[in-house]
Design a protein around this ligand. Structure first.
Ligand code: ATP
Ligand code: MG
Length: 423
């Protein structure tokens, strides 16, 4: 027998028994973005490698070691997108829809990072994200945070915590960087290999280290908050006032920096304690420098991205009930001519009951085996169409999840029966 083929490590199938959970999430997200007037943008999954090395930054985990990069048949260097922002900005610059206007966009889809697979960390995972362009004021930062807070409500998740910080302007960050490097140099003996390497290339990232042994040295490091420029400090104060007015609780975390290099001013993360080490479900902030960095005219921008797998895992951990995509009706067919009559009846029902989901028994089988399938399908109502029923223009109805007498009714009464019984 030929050997079977397995999916790639860290890349998962969403099986038919699980997809309703994804569909429910996607439906909620579509409702959310519509409420705030964000419009969808759909982007290629593969982009030129240079897009990510230029935007995300050469010395980040993503570009250093996580990208799926390859040469295509023409020898062009391509990368499976590890995130959505770079592609969104690339598209905006290419099509000229960023400058001198306000854009509110959203996207959803697969991202790829070659990380060590573990719970909440995959090689193909999915993000929902939004980006806004053209607004420098913190009202839009607030809008996006308020929007995520509403999403938690819609998803029935009430225990995600908001952490907030400001990274300041790039000049202020450069000044802070010098102070931080001095401090870290004085404590070299407490730094791990990764951090020693980053000390030269990207010292801010050291604050983001996941190594618990580094915690003490990080906690005593000089704080970014004390080195903010006036404009960023104002921006941050205003944002906090907006969030206070909206009744959104947050915790200022001066160690919060983003893995991606292009952020400035606002950074935020929504975190849960329920998923172990992979507790960040949403991360976002302001990236006023990126559009220019990718060849467009300077445009202020804000956005966030959330990991859908982590949110679905959280809904499961919180035992949120999600309505399955079971059919409403299962149609059982008995006898020679019933297949044809059944197809016709099912089509009539679909015509007259929009939204009703009907599973027709295909491929024959005894009444007993059809009844087993009906039960397994999750349908609430079985319709039985046999030779007698067909001859008399009738149909037998039987509730599958309730103790009720089965009865035979006229086919002409079926629509009413279905409506009256809220099938
Ligand atoms: P982490 O610190 O967990 O590696 P990150 O800083 O690399 O996260 P972002 O690039 O900000 O993550 O992506 C936004 C969100 O996407 C994360 O908060 C997380 O919910 C999700 N995410 C990131 N990488 C993965 C992954 N490999 N598998 C599943 N979800 C992921
Ligand atoms: Mg990461």
């Amino acid at each position: 027998m030929p050997k079977t083929i397995q999916s790639i490590r860290g890349m998962h199938d969403v099986l038919p028994d699980e997809s309703y959970v994804w569909q429910d999430f996607e439906r909620i997200v579509r409702g959310l973005v519509a409420m705030y007037g964000y419009r969808e943008i759909r982007l290629p999954t593969v982009e030129p490698t240079e897009l990510f090395s230029r935007s995300i930054g050469e010395v980040t985990d993503i570009v250093e070691k996580e990208m799926y990069t390859f040469e295509d048949r023409n020898g062009d260097r391509l990368t499976l997108r590890p995130e959505g922002t770079a592609g969104c900005v690339r598209s905006g610059v290419q099509h000229g829809f960023l400058h001198n206007q306000v854009q509110r966009l959203w996207y959803m889809g697969p991202m790829f990072r070659h990380e060590r697979p573990q719970k909440g960390r995959y090689r193909q995972f999915h993000q929902f994200g939004v980006e806004s362009f053209g607004v420098a004021d913190p009202d839009i930062d607030a809008e996006q945070i308020i929007m995520t807070a509403r999403l938690w409500k819609l998803l029935q998740l009430d225990r995600v915590r908001l952490e907030l910080n400001s990274l300041g302007s790039s000049q202020a960050r450069a000044r802070y960087r010098a102070v931080l490097v001095d401090y870290l140099n004085d404590h070299r003996d407490q730094l791990d290999q990764d951090s020693l390497r980053r000390l030269e290339s990207n010292p801010l990232r050291i604050l983001d280290s996941k190594n618990t042994a580094m915690k003490p040295v990080i906690e005593r490091a000089p704080s970014l908050t004390d080195h903010l420029d006036n404009e960023s400090a104002d921006h941050f104060e205003q944002l906090k006032l907006y969030l206070d007015a909206a009744g959104i609780q947050y915790e200022v975390n001066p160690r919060l920096v983003r893995g991606l290099d292009y952020y400035c001013k606002t950074v935020f993360e929504w975190v849960t304690d329920k998923l172990g080490a992979q507790g960040t479900v949403c991360a976002g902030g302001r990236y006023d420098g990126l559009v220019e960095q990718l060849g467009g005219r300077a445009t202020p921008a804000t956005g966030f991205a959330m990991g859908i797998e982590r949110l679905l895992a959280l809904r499961q951990a919180e035992r949120i009930e999600i309505v399955r995509d079971d059919p409403d009706v299962y149609l059982l067919l008995q006898g020679e001519s019933s297949a044809r009559a059944g197809l016709t009846l099912a089509e009539q029902l679909r015509d007259q009951n929009p939204g009703l989901s009907i599973l027709s028994n295909c491929g024959g089988g005894s009444l007993k085996s059809q009844m087993k399938r009906a039960d397994k399908s999750g349908a609430s109502l079985a319709l039985i169409l046999g030779e007698n029923e067909i001859a008399e223009g009738k149909v037998t109805v039987k509730f599958l999840r309730e103790q009720r007498e089965q009865q035979t009714i006229n086919q002409t009464e079926l629509n009413e029966f279905i409506r009256n019984n809220q099938v």
